[in-house]
Design a protein around this ligand. Sequence first.
Ligand code: FE
Length: 345
Amino acid sequence: MPVSDFEMINAWEQVLKLSKLEPGQSVTILTSSATHPQTLSSALIATQSMGAIVNRLDLPPVNAEKALSRDSLAWLGTTPLTGNNAAIAALKESDLVLDLMTLLFSPEQHDILRSGTKILLAVEPPEVLVRMIPNEADRKRVLAACELIKGAKEMRAVSDAGTDIRFELGDFPAIGEYGYVDEPGRWDHWPSGFALTWPNERSANGHLVIDRGDILLPQKRYAVEPVHITIENGYATSIEGGLDADLLREYMATFNDPEAYAFSHIGWGLQPRANWTTLGLYDREATIGMDARAFEGNFLFSFGPNNEAGGDRTTTCHIDIPLRNCTVLLDDTEVVRKGKVLDGK
Ligand code: FE
C-alpha cells in the first residue's frame, strides 16, 4: 500500500530519535538519480523539525557502462565519492549522513566513518521502510547474536537439501545491522535485522545447495531448481544445476575476476517484519531486496569482497544468497534450526 507523507515523516522521526539526533547537529542527506522522492522529502522535513542543520548533497550516478543492472549493489568499488574530495569533506563535517544513494563497499565510506560521522543507508521504497521501522528490541536481539559469533571459532550450515559447509571464524569482527545509528562512527542500514561476520580467508570448505525458493541477489530471483556449489579453501570452484546455476555462473563470469568467487559475509536473519515472500511482489528495480536479506531464520551467505570487514580483498562483484530451512551452528551449538532462530524470540 502507498505510504502517506505523515507516516513517512513519523517513521523518520522514530529512526532519528533512536539515532540520537540532537538539535543543532548537522545532517547531510546524500542523494542521486535513483533516490526515492518521498523518502527524501520526508527526511528533509523530519530532520528540520528536530532542529538539525540540514544539507542536501546530490551526486551524479557512476558505473552505468559497467554494471549489468540498475541495482546499486551490482558494481562495487567506485562510487560518486571516489576522488571527490569536496563531497567527502562535507560528509566528514556532518554529524549524520542519511545515505539515500548507496555508498556501501567504498573506502570513502570508511574514511568518513573514522571521522565520527554516523551513516544511515535508506534506499528501500517507503512502504518497506515503514513496515520495518527499527526498534530497541531489534538492536538487543541482533547484538545478542553478535556476541555468539564473537565467542565462536567455527560456523557450520547444514540443510536437508544438501548444504554442509564449515567456516573458521575469528579473524574478522561480528557485525550487527539493526537499522539505526546510535553511536559516533556507526554505519547501519534501515531496514535490516541480521548478524554477520566474514570467514577467515581460505577457510570455507563444503557444499552449498541453493534450493527451490531460495533467493539470488542482485538477480532478485527465486531459484526454481537446485544449484550445487562446491566450496574449496574459501572459493566457489563449481556452480552446477539447471537454468539458475547457468545464470549465476555466467553472471559472475562477466566480472572476469577470480576474487568474485571468494566468500564474503555469512550470518543469519533476525527480522520478524521482513518477509521471504515479498520479493515476488515488487518490481525488480523498486527494491534492493532487504526483506530477503533479513527475514528471520535465513542463512545469508555471499561472495565478493571482505574489505568492509578490514580484509584486503576488493572485487566489483557481490552476490548475496539467503537460504531457507538451514540449521546454523556455532562450535556445534545450534543457533538456527531448520530456519527457526533459537533465541526464544
Ligand atoms: Fe552482501
